[in-house]
Structures are given as structure tokens and as C-alpha cells.
Design a protein around this ligand. Structure first.
Ligand code: FAD
Length: 309
């Protein structure tokens, strides 16, 4: 077991990295644990044009700036997954990693973000990673000059379709509803893109293929029950998100949808010494600037809490 630290931050997306910067500047002995590559969803975002101070920049470039900043202040980013927190209600809490390593800490900031919801179809397991994906920025390049389907009608589906429109031949957005749920500026770009075709009021019924490659999808009109097949080589799913809070399921800080409930003034959860920030908290809008603000709040509150011990 390592020596007791002041603060463990779980998740290295914008919220966790902002918290790390504030933690380091407050002289807290801080460790950030990230199960994948630090940067979080920024790494799946090709272009950010609404982060104040930067008119346009790639998600990866913004992530690199955050990581550089945190590391320049001496933050240790440990590559591992948190699988459990023991004694979460005690003053000294134990964070257990997948590798079985354990850290003892006086405070914790939860910043694990969200994971994409799985498509509720039989073929999910067969094709996930074989033509079915949840990240066009990562996998879109494999469909250069081919046709793809995007399932969903929100911000992620819309922004990712715009990104794909520069790479693939045709994009079919399969949208359950009769309009896209996205800001007008993005909606206009989608409507102007000649290779994006929106199928309103349709649901995905089936992915067809030979078990190795996708050849088409079957969709059904929710108003007329009309069935249609569309030939595509790839399917990208954006049907919603679930918070990455599974290891907290027995704690008393989750709401019915498994998001973490906090006091927005302070980032505090109901458990002393446990704070939360970013997409995992109960809120309406999921944006980088909001995640940074939450991370800042949580770290400054953690400092105040530690000073009070
Ligand atoms: C396609 C797309 C486009 C977007 N475009 C924009 C945009 O233009 N502008 C904007 O402001 N926002 C945009 N967003 C939203 C923005 O990216 C998120 O709101 C933001 O990244 C949330 O930050 P976060 O730190 O809360 O979570 P995340 O970025 O999701 O980071 C969470 C991190 O925690 C890690 N983690 C999870 N569980 C564990 C665990 N058990 N142990 C260790 N680590 C763990 C994950 O690997 C991840 O790195 C976009 C999102 C998507 C998906």
C-alpha cells in the first residue's frame, strides 16, 4: 500500500485534468488515474469551435494542452482503471485499481464521464469492432468513398456525420424523430451537405452481413411501418450515453439513471471528501467548458475540505 495522498482524481478527461491543475496549484498531493489515454472525449472530437479563447482547434490539440499543463505542475497520471472504492465514508478511503494496486486518500474527485449506449439489436456483438462503431473520428477513415449509416439524431450523431461527410461517399442518418436535436448552426450545415441523407421517423431493425462484414441495414418507418434496406459498409451508433459509475452502484450518491448527484455550488456529493465533476454529474448540458468549471469547483472544494480536517 502506498502512503496516504490528499486527492485521487478518477478520469483524465477535461473535468479530471482541470481538477488536477487546481489540485496541483493548491499543493495537494494528487494522483490522477486514467484507464485509457488521457484526454477523454476530446480525443473523439475532431473540431472544437466553442471553447472560449480558441476559435477552432482539434479535440486532440486541446487535450494535449490540458495534459501538458497538468504534467508541468507535477501531476502523476497513472494508467489504470479504478474498479472499487473501499471505506468510501471514512476519512481515509481506499481506491482499488484493476491491477490490484491500492491507494489510500483523504479525498476523491469522480470524473469518469459517460460511455455510449449499446444498440439494442441481436447483431451488436457480431459486428461491434467489425463495421459497427461508436466513433467516426477514430474509425471513419476505413470507409473512405463508401456508404455508412449513423444511428441517432442528437449532437454526437450530427457532429460526427459532418466530420464523416468529408471522408465517406454517403451518410444515412437514421433518426427516430422528425427533427434533429442539435443547435441550428450544425443543423444548417447538415442540411447543406449533399452526401448526408436523413431518414426521419425510422428505427434500426437489423444489421445485415456475412458475420464478418456489414452489407446493409434494415430500417422501419415508425409511422407507416414500411421496411427499407439500405446498403452500407459501416454503422456508427450515437443513441445516448450512460455514466461510467458502475463501481459506485452500491453508494448513495447516484440518481435513478446512475448519474452522480452533487451540490453545484461546491461539487460535493453526499459523502464527505467525495466530489464529482463533468459529464457524470446530473445536468442538462455536456460540454468541455462545463466540465472544466465542475473540475475547478471540485478541486477547490476538496482543498477547503482537506484544510478543515
Ligand atoms: C462526438 C462528440 C463531440 C463533442 N463536441 C463537443 C464540442 O464541440 N464542444 C464541447 O464543449 N463539448 C463537446 N463534446 C462534449 C465533451 O467532449 C464532454 O462534455 C467532455 O469531454 C466531458 O468531460 P469529462 O472529463 O467529464 O468526461 P470524459 O471526457 O468522458 O473523460 C472521462 C475519462 O474518464 C476515464 N475513465 C472512465 N472510467 C474510469 C475508471 N473506472 N478508471 C479510470 N478512468 C476512467 C475515461 O477513460 C475518460 O478518459 C463532444 C462529445 C462528443 C462525444
Amino acid at each position: 500500500m502506498e502512503a496516504v495522498v490528499d486527492l485521487i482524481i478518477i478520469g483524465g478527461g477535461p473535468a479530471g485534468l482541470a481538477a488536477a491543475i487546481y489540485g496541483a496549484r493548491a499543493n495537494l498531493k494528487t494522483i490522477l488515474i486514467e484507464k485509457s489515454v488521457p484526454g477523454g472525449k476530446l480525443l473523439n472530437t475532431h473540431k472544437i469551435d466553442n471553447y472560449p479563447g480558441f476559435k477552432e482547434l482539434s479535440g486532440t490539440d486541446l487535450a494535449i494542452k490540458f495534459i501538458d499543463h497538468a504534467e508541468s505542475l507535477g501531476i502523476k497520471i497513472e494508467g489504470d482503471e479504478v474498479s472499487k472504492i473501499e471505506n468510501i465514508e471514512d476519512e481515509i478511503k481506499t481506491v482499488i485499481l484493476k491491477s490490484n494496486k491500492k491507494y489510500q486518500t483523504k479525498s476523491i474527485i469522480l470524473a469518469m464521464g459517460m460511455n455510449p449506449k449499446k444498440l439494442p439489436i441481436k447483431e451488436y456483438q457480431t459486428y461491434f469492432g467489425h463495421g459497427l462503431s461508436t466513433c467516426i473520428v477514430c474509425d471513419g477513415v476505413f470507409y473512405r468513398n463508401k456508404d455508412i449509416a449513423v444511428i441517432g439524431g442528437g449532437t454526437s450523431a450530427s457532429e460526427e456525420s459532418l466530420f464523416a461527410s468529408k471522408i465517406v461517399r454517403n451518410i444515412y442518418i437514421i433518426n427516430l424523430f422528425d427533427k434533429l436535436d442539435v443547435v441550428d448552426s450544425v443543423k444548417e450545415k447538415i442540411i447543406q451537405a449533399k452526401n448526408i441523407h436523413i431518414k426521419y421517423n425510422y428505427e434500426l431493425i437489423k444489421i445485415n452481413g456475412d458475420g464478418k462484414d456489414i452489407s446493409s441495414i434494415t430500417i422501419k418507418n415508425r409511422k407507416t411501418n414500411e421496411i427499407e434496406n439500405i446498403n452500407v459498409s459501416g454503422v456508427f451508433s450515437y443513441i445516448g450515453w450512460i455514466p461510467a459509475t458502475k463501481f459506485l452502484q452500491d453508494s448513495k450518491i447516484l440518481n435513478k439513471d446512475n448519474f452522480v448527484t452533487i451540490d453545484f455550488k461546491t461539487g460535493k456529493t453526499k459523502i464527505r471528501g467525495v466530489f464529482a465533476a463533468g459529464d457524470i454529474v446530473t445536468k442538462d448540458f455536456h460540454q468541455v467548458s462545463g466540465a472544466i468549471s465542475d473540475g475547478t469547483n471540485a478541486a477547490l472544494s476538496a482543498k477547503k475540505y482537506l484544510d478543515s480536517l
